[in-house]
Every structure is written in C-alpha cells, then in structure tokens.
Design a protein around this ligand. Sequence first.
Ligand code: ZN
Ligand code: MN
Length: 460
Amino acid sequence: MTAQTVETEDLATVIGLEVHVQLETETKIFCGCSTDPSDDPNTNTCPVCLGLPGALPVVNEAAVEAAVKVGKAIDATIPEETTFHRKNYYYPDLPKNFQITQYDDPICQDGELAFSVEGERRSVEIRRAHLEEDPGSLQHVGGGIDTADYTLVDYNRAGTPLMEVVTEPDFRSPGEVRAFLAADEIDESTLDDADPNRTEVKNISSHRGAEKALAYEETRQKNAIKRGRAVEQETRHWDESKGVTLSMRSKEEEKDYRYFREADLPPLRVADWKERLEIPELPDARRKRFREEYGLSAEAASKLTSTKEVADFFENVASEFDADLAATWVADELLGELNYRDMQITDVADRFDAIERLVELVATDEITTKNARETVLRGMLDDGDTPDEIVEREGLGKTSGDAVRDAVEAAIDENPDAVSDYHDGEDGAINFLVGQVMQKTGGSADPGDVNQRLREELEG
Ligand code: ZN
Ligand code: MN
C-alpha cells in the first residue's frame, strides 16, 4: 500500500487465527508425565520433557486420537501418513531449544467450522490443525514481561499436547472472532494477521481478551495507514491489564525456524483412524437435526442447542411428551426463568425429574399453563419445592369433572336473571355465569371447559 493518506472507511479488516487448543489427556504428548495443572511446579517432569541428552520421545496415542476426532469434527482431510518436525528457537520455557510440532503434512487439513454470530450462521475454513507440544510456563515476578524483577519457569506444562488450529483469514471483525472462539469452546488463542504485512498478537488467554486485542489492533493499524505509515510485520504482545498491544520483535519468518524432520519419531499411519473413532454429535448438526426431527423454529433449535446439557434435557423431555410442549417448557419457560435468576441449566441438573413432572402436570391437563408457569416453576426455583407439593399447598389442581358440573348447575340455579338474559341473546350473560363457576371452583377450573359446559346445560 503506497498511498500517503487513506480513508479508513476503505480499509477492510482481515483476521485469521492460530488457536492453540489444549488436548485433555492424562499424560504428556511424548512422555508419561502427568498433565495435572494443580501439581506443584516442576514436579511433573522427566528426561524427555526436560530435553535431557539421549532421552527419546514416544507419541501418546490418546493425543493422536483426540487430534483425529478434532479432524472429524471440522470435516478435515486426514492424510494416510503424518510426520513430526522440529521447530528450532530459543526461549527459556523450551528446554530442548526446539518444539516438536508438525510441518508439511499436518494431521488435519482443509476443514471447516460453523458458528453463529448475531443469529447468523457463518463458517470459517480451517487451513490446518496440527499436533505439537506446549512449552513450559513463565511466571514474571514484580512486573510484566518487560518490567519483572525476575522470572520463574515451570516445566510441568512442557510437553502438554496441543492442537494448533490455523484458520483462513475469513474473519471480518473482532466480534466474529469472539463468536467463533465460543462456538468451538477453545480455551486459548494467540493471533491475528492482517495482510499485506501481517501483525501477530500473542499472549491472549481468553475469548474476551481476543476480541479486545483485535479491536485495539484494528484501530491501531487503521490509524497508522491513515497517517501514511506502514504496518510493520511484527509480533506484538497483548497486555491484558493495560489493554494495549506492545511490539515484541519483528515477525519470524518460516525459514527462521529451520524446520526439519524429527528423526526420533517415525511417521504415523493414521489413515484408518477416522473410521474407527467416534465423535459426539456437534452443536451445529444437532441444531439442524432438532429442526428436522422435532419441527422446531430456528430460534428454538438454537436455544435448545446452546449447551449440551440443555440439548440432552430437551431430548429427554421430548421423548416423553409432545415436542412442541417440551420445546416451550425447556427453551422458553425454564431457560427464561433461569436466565432471570442468573442461573445455568447445570444448577438444576439434580432437579430434572421434578421439572419433567411439572411438564407432565401440564401435559395431562392437571394444572393450567398459567399456574404452572407463574406459581409452580417459580416456586420450584425459588424455594426448592416439588411441583406436587406446590400444587397441593396452593390448591392448583384443576377441579375434577364432577365438581365443575355441580358448580355449573349451581350457577344456573342461583342466577335465573342471567339465564334469561342468555336466552335473550345478551353476550355478557355467559361471561357472568363463567365467572360464577370459576368463583365456586376457586379458579381451578378451565374457563373454556366451563363455557362449553354452561352452553350445553343452557341449551339442553
Ligand atoms: Zn516428561
Ligand atoms: Mn504453535
């Protein structure tokens, strides 16, 4: 870009991500050390993950399986054979002075991930996702990365399995990035780049942090271009506490890393793993299935697949009752009341049976929808009572047929004027009589049912 001044309105934001996802294995990727993050510093180490001379790595099968499952989830190509490479660089948290990673034949290639942003479906292409080892962790004491008095290093994390997921530069705003990160439940992310001179931002550790760092970069780069300055190709550090990015170093190029094959690890043949390994149904597929199988609206299907727990509970309820009723009670009534109380579905996981009983009371017409919603559900959430306790205590059970018939007869006997008004064709008379019956039954009769019974009785 050569223009001295550029209208920032003409500039498009282009963001790609390299996201590091920690794989949840019991042990590290190339040795048997525990990955438990709660252990004391430098206790989960061995000659392999400390990079001692002569120590040889062995691949953790569980990490490879997890990577293949990620590949299936993003519909990636998984090659017949995949290999490991050494990425050479010096850093205090990297005891071998190289990181074992993958280079030209990563385990997952050309995938795709769908997500929702402001109610719209978007899909981002995944260029590659490869396996690698995490470095150790540094703890800066007495200041930040540039001001600390000294720095401690913990090698417990060194060798924890990671997948680095690299997207195509398909994002157009920091908000999209945040929505994408939420969709994949990815824990940690590290980068954006904006061509032609890409800027990489590191040390981002939350979805919110990613959005903030990217918004900061968007403004910083637009301002630089507006003033006729070039955007440097460099690596910048995201300072969460100050809310700014700071220049760390000029961006490494691939050749700086002197990639070469990790000769201590033979090629991995993973061709048939994709068929062998099963993955759970993903939220997007489930959302689609909910629409088709249960005939739900797009909005209801989205709400009901917002978390796995919500989706599982809905399917449980829908297996016993009408799907529309189940959708209304889970998506609207239950989630609405939970949201109002700042609660999550997981907060009521031990009360699913009671909530299903409430739906049953509505489904079998034993209580009115209004009472179920306003008295029973709220009482259950606020006081922890069971639906039957609340129905009993508040006298909400719909009055049985006999009692309604008695009340209808009594209302007719006691109100001859209203009866003759009805026969004279006065509209208000029937409503008056319905009111009388409702009063006699303590409001627990169904008004539509009462109306019909009165008419039958008066016409008969
Ligand atoms: Zn180890
Ligand atoms: Mn990486």
